[in-house]
Design a protein around this ligand. Structure first.
Ligand SMILES: Cc1cc2nc3c(=O)[nH]c(=O)nc-3n(C[C@H](O)[C@H](O)[C@H](O)COP(=O)(O)O)c2cc1C
Length: 169
């Protein structure tokens, strides 16, 4: 087969595929921003080599973003006993276009809430089970003002999920 012919997700001609972690987040407040920044910091820590980290706001992420990535981190506030409408919109858009090709890919998530994130956690679990994604790190849930331990847990969430995508991991 000629080298210029695309052979799928892992090689495009002679250019090697760079494993990609896609972070899809809805970040409407400073507390959510703090968790998001900690996750990004962990995912992009210099010890993790050879992994590209792409961030997308949930309202702008596309099915192409999902298909091109190898693993996923999702971040959302709990709203009205469910995930945010923004993350739900993301799933509504990508579900069927990605159902076949992304089955088995690793993911995890973080949820921020005021006092009860149960419904949001259940909702993310239901959709990702439908997609067949594989939980690759313990999810992080935080209520109220994030403390040092919460931010550390988010850092580790980012680092663990990204490290799992390192070549040879
Ligand atoms: C309309 C609305 C519904 C919400 N519903 C929930 C909820 O069901 N459970 C919860 O723990 N927090 C709920 N919250 C709180 C948000 O999760 C919280 O505002 C968000 O995580 C941002 O956190 P912060 O306001 O402390 O910065 C709700 C907030 C709004 C505005």
């Amino acid at each position: 087969m000629p080298a210029a012919v695309c052979q799928g997700r892992h090689t495009h001609g002679r250019v090697p595929h760079v494993p990609t972690l896609l972070i899809v987040h809805h970040t409407p407040s400073p507390h959510c921003q703090a968790l998001f920044e900690a996750v990004v910091s962990g995912a992009t820590t210099p010890e993790i080599e050879g992994v590209r980290v792409v961030r997308r706001a949930a309202l702008s992420a596309t099915a192409s973003d999902v298909l091109e990535a190898d693993g996923y981190l999702l971040g959302t506030p709990a709203n009205l006993g469910y995930m945010s409408g923004a993350l739900k919109h993301f799933f509504d858009q990508i579900y069927y276009p990605c159902l076949d090709e992304t089955r088995g890919r690793p993911f995890s998530y973080y949820v921020h809430g005021g006092n009860d994130v149960t419904g949001a956690v259940r909702a993310v679990g239901t959709v990702t089970t439908g997609l067949g994604w594989r939980l690759a790190a313990d999810p992080v849930t935080v209520t109220g003002e994030p403390g040092k331990a919460d931010l550390q847990a988010c850092w580790e969430l980012g680092a663990t999920t990204a490290a799992g995508l390192m070549p040879g991991a």
